[in-house]
Write a protein that binds this ligand. Structure first.
Ligand code: 13P
Length: 246
């Protein structure tokens, strides 16, 4: 099973999201060997979930609030996303951490909220260029993974996305062999927190031209695609490329 998840970020408005969702519906994909999911904006998610019902695609939220309800202007809770049919939620995406100032403690609370209600979290981790250059990659990832301590992961589904910050939206994708080494390291680190096998996706400048170099490696369970997932041709060509090798 390989995972191909598409994070549409804030690239598409309501109409554009629905147009892309409906275009994806016209295609046939290998549902037995692929796990496909899209992450539209909160504005479009309900419409996209309804369109994707009975399709190969699951739908997830890009961000959630850990509080269920209340005076939190602008926020949407994990529970509210679950109520409209979301299956997944991205938690701790680098853009949330570095543009919106989300802390590890925020990430921990969001993970906990998702796990408690049955929304599958995709915990996004990744080091900045300065951290990589100064040999602090593992220290950073270790800190970001430490939010899993104390969470009840038993029989819960959770995924990790390794997305080096310097590779996101830059065209400077991580060397696949290097990414696989990091995935191996993450798998070892995860043993501190869970006895279960947790899938790890790679994200950062994935496109049709390089996707095979990642998904053909055993420690890379799939990809989390940003920019290239928000356009029909590029997203479909990524999925078709992966279908050729599974
Ligand atoms: P890009 O594929 O645009 O580099 O984005 C990756 C990402 O952030 C997915 O969550």
């Amino acid at each position: 099973m390989k995972y191909i998840f598409g994070n549409w970020k804030m690239y598409l408005d309501f109409d554009e999201s629905n147009i892309l969702a409906n275009a994806l519906l016209q295609e046939k994909f290998d549902e037995n060997n692929l796990k496909l999911a899209i992450f539209p904006s909160a504005l479009a998610i309900r419409e996209v979930i309804m369109a994707m019902e009975n399709s190969a695609f699951s739908v997830g939220a890009q961000n959630v609030s850990w509080v269920e309800k209340g005076g939190y202007t602008g926020a949407i809770s994990a529970q509210m996303f679950l109520n409209v049919g979301s299956e997944y939620a991205l938690v701790g995406h680098s853009e949330r951490r570095h543009i919106f100032g989300e802390t590890d403690e925020d990430v921990r609370k969001k993970l906990q909220a998702c796990l408690e209600i049955g929304l599958t979290p995709v915990l996004c981790i990744g080091e900045k260029k300065e951290e990589k250059d100064s040999g602090l990659r593992n220290t950073c990832l270790q800190r970001q993974l430490a939010v899993l301590a104390g969470l009840d992961l038993k029989n819960k589904e959770i995924l990790i996305a390794y997305e080096p910050v310097w590779a996101i939206g830059t065209g400077n994708a991580c060397d696949p062999v290097e990414a696989e080494q990091v995935h191996h390291w993450i798998k070892e680190e995860l043993k501190k927190y869970s006895g279960q096998e947790i899938p790890i996706l790679y994200g950062g400048s994935v496109k049709a031209e390089n996707v095979i170099s990642y998904v053909s490696l055993p420690a890379i369970d799939g990809v989390l695609v940003g920019g290239a997932s928000a356009k029909f041709e590029t997203f479909v060509s990524i999925i078709k490329k992966v279908e050729e090798i599974i």
